[in-house]
Design a binder for this molecule. Structure first.
Ligand code: NAD
Length: 294
């Protein structure tokens, strides 16, 4: 009864403040997105340089907006002051929702989620931006799994509209409703999906990447494939998209999908994407992938 009461509180409780754990590519982007849409965000990391980078990335986006006349000086100041970078977990205590965006390691995530859950108010909502780890697995050691779900943003956060709200076995309807409302309030288009390897987007995307790898094995030129997909009307082709996603991230996801759907998604022998990975070509993040970046 007590749990039901707390859960229904979450449904009516407005999300006025957010906490983001991790100030990396995703955490920094999520904190910015929340702040720019009027929900102040505490951005917590364990490294000062990560916090500094998170703030400078936010500044870069705002500067670009100013250059094209879309962001005023006041808006810039207001947004930046709505992001509170911190090394201290205690600063996350009063927030209504937490989005965990630390490294993709189940043990690290488990420890971070359990620690922060113990600090939050009873009716606060906890979410994870994991790309590949099962939400039910992450919920296992939590005291309030009904107030936990996945909240999967895409990179770059300020440009990509979709957010997957991943419902675990124990996630309550009230939690899903509150997370959907928060995602919409910060300008995103949420979809509710169930907890399975690849969630929704990667289940669609990785068979496509697999088809692309097979074309390359049959002798196709990756540049021509990209051009053809652009002519088809997609904003970018698979090679460029893989460089944006990160070749290392993609290889990790291929493994997760192969484990999750062994009959449909078994790993390809001599996958060209894996060959790039073995040459330490991770895409845009380290300057070389299918294409070279300076
Ligand atoms: P990243 O390496 O850029 O950032 C991770 C940050 O977490 C680092 O700044 C690190 O210092 C910090 N961190 C590590 N331990 C911490 C702790 N205990 N407390 C607070 N901060 C801690 O990684 P990223 O690409 O931003 O990915 C973060 C999460 O988002 C991962 O789960 C990843 O799978 C997911 N994700 C990534 C992408 C993407 O394209 N990069 C897209 C969607 C989801």
């Amino acid at each position: 009864k007590k749990k039901a009461k707390i859960a229904s509180k979450a449904a009516t409780k407005a999300i006025n403040t957010a906490g983001v754990l991790g100030a990396g590519i995703m955490g920094g982007g999520i904190a910015y997105q929340s702040a720019v849409k009027g929900v102040p965000a505490v951005m917590k990391d364990i490294r000062q340089d990560a916090l500094d980078l998170g703030m400078s990335e936010a500044m870069k986006i705002l500067n670009k907006g100013m250059q094209i006349g879309k962001v005023s000086v006041e808006k810039m100041a207001k947004t930046l002051s709505a992001i509170k970078p911190t090394l201290n977990n205690d600063d996350v205590k009063p927030v209504d929702i937490v989005v965990e965006a630390v490294v993709e390691n189940p043990k690290v995530k488990d420890a971070v989620l359990c620690e922060v859950e113990g600090l939050l108010a009873d009716d606060a909502i906890l979410t994870s931006n994991t790309s590949t780890i099962s939400i039910d697995l992450l919920a296992k050691n939590l005291k309030r799994p009904e107030q936990f779900c996945g909240m999967h943003f895409f990179n770059p956060v300020h440009k990509m509209p979709l957010v997957e709200v991943i419902r675990g076995e124990k996630t309550s309807d009230e939690t899903v409703a509150a997370v959907v409302a928060y995602a919409s309030a910060i300008g995103k288009s949420p979809i509710v999906v169930r907890d399975c390897p690849g969630f929704f987007v990667n289940r669609v995307l990785f068979p496509y990447f697999r088809g692309f790898s097979q074309l390359l094995q049959e002798g196709a030129d990756f540049r021509q494939v990209d051009k053809a997909m652009e002519k088809f009307g997609w904003p970018m082709g698979p090679s460029y998209l893989l460089d944006v996603v990160g070749i290392d991230t993609a290889v990790h996801c291929v493994g997760v999908m192969a484990d999750g759907f062994p009959e449909r998604m078994s790993a390809l022998a001599n996958d060209p994407v894996e060959l790039l990975y073995k040459q330490d070509k991770y895409g845009q993040k380290n300057g070389a992938g299918f294409f070279a970046y300076s």
